[in-house]
Design a protein around this ligand. Structure first.
Ligand code: TXA
Ligand code: MG
Length: 329
C-alpha cells in the first residue's frame, strides 16, 4: 500500500481535483475548523474501508459523516428528532457532531456496525468547498495514524499518512485545534459522548439538560466506541500533574538523565539540563489550538516524558483535560 501522495495548497483547482478523487473512491485529507480530516465517500463501503486501512484504525470505531448543509440530513439519517432543528441552527456549521438513527444508505462499515450515524456540518471554507464540489457526504475521522495526536497542520498529516492517501489539501493551521463535541441525540436527555469544540456550557444553554457519560468504563465504551481505543498519545509518556507542581515533579527523571518536557500555563523560572519548558496560552482557546502540535513537536525532540500541569475544567478547558487524560492513560 504505497502511492504518491499529492500535497496541494487548497486553492479552487486543488479542491476540484480532490472532489474528483473522493467521487472515484479515493482518500483526501482536508482541513476542518477542528482538526484535519481523512475523507472518503461516506456511502461507499469500499472507499470507507480504505480509511480504516490507511489509519490502521480498528474497524469497530465509527466515523463522522460530514455534510455541506443541515438540509442534507435526510440523506444519511433515518429520522430527524424535532429537537435537532434548534441545535443544528445554533451550532452548524461548526464543531458539533450529532449521533442520530442511521439511514440504510449509510454502510455499516461507516458506522462501525452501529444503527446510529454521527453527523456534522463543518464550518471551514475548504471543507465546505470540498463537500459542495464532491456533492456527497464525506466520512472523515481525524487524519492521524490511529492512536496519535490529531493533526492540526497539513505537515502533521504528511508525517502520519504520506504514501497511503491520494491528496493532502493544505489549508493552514486549524482554528479550533481540538475535535468536535459528540452529542448522542438518540437519548433523552441527549448524552455528551466526547467534549470538544462546542462547550458543555453552550450545549446546556441551548438544550437545558445534557447527560454526562458515567465514569463506568463499560457503559461509556458501549455508548461511545471511540473511548475503547488508545488516543491522542505521542510516543513519550504523558504525566498529568497538579497546577504549580511541575518543578518538583520533573526532578527525579532529570536526575536519572532523561529528556523531560514540562507544559505549564505560567512563567517558570527553573532551568535544568535535559528540561524543555513549554509555556501554553493562558486562555483555553489558545491552549486548544496549540495542544496537539506541541505534543507532536515535543515528541519529535525525543522526550522520554512530558509532564503537563492540569488546567481549569470549564469551557474548552474541559475538552483539553479530557484529551490530556486519555493521552496519559
Ligand atoms: O472534529 C472532528 O470531529 C474531526 C473532524 C475531521 O471532523 N473528526 C474526528 O473523527 O475527530 P474521529 O473519528 O477521530 O472521532 C470520531 C468520534 C469517535 O470517538 C467515535 O467513536 C465517535 O465519534 N462516533 C462516531 N460515530 C458514532 C456513533 N454512531 N455513535 C457514537 N459515537 C460515534
Ligand atoms: Mg481521531
Amino acid at each position: 500500500m504505497s502511492m504518491r501522495t499529492l500535497y496541494l495548497q487548497a486553492d479552487a483547482e486543488a479542491v476540484s481535483r480532490a472532489a474528483e478523487v473522493i467521487r472515484a473512491g479515493g482518500l483526501v485529507a482536508f482541513p476542518t475548523e477542528t482538526v484535519y480530516g481523512l475523507g472518503a465517500d461516506a456511502l461507499s463501503a469500499a472507499a470507507v474501508t480504505r480509511i480504516f486501512e490507511a489509519k490502521e484504525r480498528p474497524r469497530g470505531n465509527p466515523l463522522i459523516v460530514h455534510l455541506a448543509d443541515a438540509d442534507k440530513l435526510e440523506d444519511v439519517v433515518a429520522r430527524v428528532p424535532a429537537r435537532v432543528e434548534g441545535i443544528a441552527r445554533r451550532f452548524w456549521p461548526g464543531p458539533l457532531t450529532l449521533v442520530l438513527p442511521r439511514a440504510t444508505a449509510v454502510p455499516l462499515m461507516t458506522t462501525g456496525g452501529l444503527e446510529t450515524v454521527a453527523v456534522r456540518v463543518p464550518a471551514h471554507p475548504v471543507a465546505q468547498a470540498l463537500l459542495h464540489a464532491a456533492s456527497r457526504p464525506i466520512a472523515a475521522p481525524s487524519a492521524n495514524r490511529s492512536g496519535r495526536p490529531s493533526p492540526t497542520r497539513a505537515e502533521h498529516v504528511r508525517e502520519d499518512l504520506d504514501g497511503r492517501i491520494e491528496i493532502i489539501l493544505d489549508g493552514g493551521p486549524t482554528p479550533v485545534g481540538v475535535e468536535s463535541t459528540v452529542l448522542d441525540m438518540t437519548s433523552e436527555p441527549p448524552t455528551l459522548l466526547r467534549p470538544g469544540g462546542v462547550t458543555l456550557e453552550q450545549l446546556e444553554s441551548c438544550l437545558g439538560e445534557v447527560r454526562l457519560l458515567s465514569s463506568d468504563a463499560d457503559e461509556a465504551a458501549g455508548r461511545s466506541p471511540g473511548l475503547r481505543f488508545r488516543h491522542y498519545a505521542p510516543r513519550a509518556r504523558i504525566v498529568l500533574i497538579e497546577a504549580g507542581t511541575g518543578e518538583e515533579a520533573v526532578v527525579p527523571l532529570l536526575e536519572a538523565g532523561r529528556a523531560v518536557a514540562l507544559m505549564v500555563q505560567r512563567q517558570v523560572a527553573f532551568e535544568r539540563p535535559g528540561l524543555t519548558v513549554r509555556i501554553m496560552p493562558a486562555d483555553p482557546e489558545g491552549y486548544a489550538r496549540e495542544l496537539f502540535g506541541t505534543l507532536r513537536e515535543l515528541d519529535s525532540r525525543g522526550m522520554d516524558a512530558i509532564f503537563v500541569e492540569a488546567i481549569a475544567e470549564e469551557g474548552l478547558g474541559r475538552t483539553i483535560m479530557d484529551r490530556l487524560r486519555r493521552a496519559a492513560s
